[in-house]
Structure formats: structure tokens, C-alpha cells
Ligand binder design. Structure first.
Ligand code: SF4
Length: 232
């Protein structure tokens, strides 16, 4: 199907309708975002273009395995939260290698732009992982993705962040839906950790020999990991 403005508007309407049901359900039961995603995948006409924000190659492996047959996927590697240029380049290099080896998506590259993360984390340095700093970090990365999706004429945008058991999928999806309204691009909700998604990402990481970092990404999460002395 051609990527016409009418086609996109139709897809958006369906997605917004889904969001409406979600808003109603939110007050009653926890939403199964994985089930919502599966329905949207099943209803997607062939050839839709999805801009997928990826935090790293290991997390993206399972997400791409799930999505690459339903959409024409482009990975958007925007992660200004990473604590050093070295770490940024290492994770990005692994992302590029995974895509080269699998052919599951192409990539829209970005600069590191650590100043954008410094701005949102100022005054929030001592917050624990999962707190307000993280919600702003999610929003920063998703808002850039939504903006790039609009600029590039993509049909949808999404994120790999929900595959992590340490990330709040409900909050991520709330942010995604708000950005859908703001930027006029359909958001594909997810909870990739459901149905064994996280374990599958570990398996795929092993298969492709991917570097799996032991901290989320920012300098604060690295410090927390060092204090814990674990594989956080
Ligand atoms: S812990 Fe992770 S999600 Fe939270 S601010 Fe740091 S990099 Fe972002």
C-alpha cells in the first residue's frame, strides 16, 4: 500500500482509537501493552515505515525480531544519556554490527549530544534509577524519535526500552501516547519484556556475540552499579 497522507491518517485514527480504549481501561485494570502491540501489528498494512528508538543492540535484538516482518524498520540510535563518548561509540558500533548481520533494519544515525541529557539531569543527580530523572530521560529520547519520525514521514514510532525489566513500561507508553498527540505520528505501544522477551534478548545477544553492558547508561547509573557491585 502506498504511504499516502490518507493512509497515515487512517492508521493514526486506529491508533488513537486504541489509545482511547487504553485511557478507559487505565482506571480499571493494568493495560497489556504487549497485546495492544500484537493487535496493531496484525492490523498494519504491508510496507508501513516504523522508526524504532533503540537504546542498545542487545535490547533491540528481540524487538527487531518481533517487528521486522510487519514493518519496514529504521533504528534511531539517539542516546545522549550515555556517560562517555567511548561508551556511546561502543554501543552504537554493536548496534550497527547487529543490523549488518541480520538485515532486520537500517539505521538513522545521530550525534551523541550529551548536553541534552546534562540539561534534564541537572539537580537530579542523586535520584535512584527509576525515579523522575529516568522519566525525563525516557521523554528526551522518545521526543527526539517522534520529531525525527514526523520529519522523515514515518508511519509510526516506538522504543526498545520496554524490554528491560528495570524500565517502567506503563510510564514509557504514557509518554509515547502524549508524543503521538504532540507530533501527529502514531505511537506503537509495547511491553517487550512480556512473553519472555528479555530472556530472548539475552539469547540473541549470545548468538550474535553482542557486548552487554552492566549499567543502564548514565554516569549516575554507573555509580549505582559500582556501589551495588552487581550486574545491574
Ligand atoms: S538510569 Fe537509565 S533511564 Fe535513568 S537517567 Fe540514567 S540512563 Fe536514563
Amino acid at each position: 500500500m502506498k504511504n499516502t497522507p490518507r493512509g497515515i491518517a487512517c492508521f493514526m485514527r486506529k491508533s488513537l482509537a486504541c489509545g482511547g480504549v487504553l485511557a478507559y481501561n487505565r482506571g480499571m485494570n493494568a493495560v497489556n501493552y504487549d497485546a495492544v502491540m500484537q493487535k496493531m501489528i496484525a492490523a498494519a498494512p504491508p510496507g508501513r515505515r516504523l522508526l524504532l528508538h533503540s537504546c542498545c543492540a542487545p535490547c533491540s535484538s528481540y524487538c527487531l525480531e518481533q517487528l521486522h516482518e510487519a514493518f519496514r524498520v529504521t533504528v534511531y540510535y539517539f542516546n545522549p544519556n550515555l556517560d562517555s563518548e567511548e561508551e556511546y561509540l561502543r554501543r552504537k558500533g554493536e548496534q550497527i554490527r547487529l543490523l549488518r548481520e541480520t538485515g532486520w533494519a537500517d539505521i538513522l544515525d545521530c550525534d551523541h549530544a550529551p548536553e541534552t541529557f546534562a540539561e534534564i539531569s541537572r539537580g537530579r543527580e542523586t535520584m535512584r534509577e527509576g525515579g523522575e530523572r529516568c522519566l525525563l530521560c525516557y521523554r528526551l529520547r522518545l521526543s527526539h524519535t517522534a520529531r525525527a519520525a514526523r520529519k522523515g514521514g514515518y508511519d509510526l514510532f516506538a522504543t526498545t526500552l520496554t524490554v528491560s525489566p528495570l524500565k517502567n513500561a506503563a510510564k514509557l507508553n504514557e509518554i509515547g501516547y502524549a508524543l503521538q498527540e504532540e507530533y501527529g505520528v502514531a505511537y506503537l505501544p509495547s511491553d517487550f519484556k512480556k512473553r519472555g522477551g528479555y530472556l530472548r534478548s539475552v539469547e540473541l545477544s549470545r548468538r550474535y556475540g553482542l557486548y552487554r553492558q552492566n549499567y543502564c547508561g548514565c554516569v549516575f547509573s554507573k555509580a549505582e552499579m559500582l556501589v551495588r557491585g552487581s550486574d545491574g
